[in-house]
Design a protein around this ligand. Sequence first.
Ligand code: SAM
Length: 233
Amino acid sequence: MQTEHIIERFSEAGFEITREQSEQFLKYYGLLVEWNEKFNLTAITDFEEVIVKHFIDSCLGSSLIENKEGMLCDIGTGAGFPGIPLKIMFPGLKVLLVDSLNKRVVFLNEVIRELGLKDITAIHARAEEIGRKPEYREMYDTCVSRAVAALPSLSELCIPFVKKGGLFIAYKSQKAAEEFESAQNALKTLGCSGELKNIDLFGADRTFVLCRKVSKTPEKYPRGGGKAFSKPL
Ligand code: SAM
């Protein structure tokens, strides 16, 4: 049975999930493959690969999340990674999913409805625009992001959401050390101190940049007009 298989794969990766959670992952997989035909959501559609490279990989950051009932935002979530698997793992999280492409947000709302998830919202927005708004700015215990931008630019998109004392967790891989080095100025300017954390995924390299917000982000960040990308800090 597919639900048993999902439980086993998670267990091999060190995660104990219930039958209900496994059923949610299975339903998510079905929607991903069905909607992918017209919405171009992911290049990975093979069942086994989706379990490992999307679902379990998204959950690898879970041991780094300190407040598992707190507020978490996922910037550039795409088809919901890592935000939705983290929400399935920790139903007590209050989650905001942000993506600048509306068709992805339409898909996310369908997943939220079909899986019966509560306390989770998907919005169509550019992070650098809503990161200036008081209802989002410095409101989150945790901000996560995977495969969106290089760390100096990504930091400017994500760190404004994190409250003082909270964490920004960037999912990175081979080039993490290099990116971390080049993001030192950005992290400091935006109010964070950072460190690298390696977590193994069936031999593949997943490195996280774990950034602690130690002081408020100066008001002028994030800058508008695409500056986070054209002139990274
Ligand atoms: N995080 C997902 C994953 O790991 O599968 C999606 C990664 S996809 C390569 C990058 C996503 O970031 C896209 O869905 C894109 O629309 C979104 N994105 C890019 N720039 C953004 C911005 N400034 N604000 C919000 N979303 C953004």
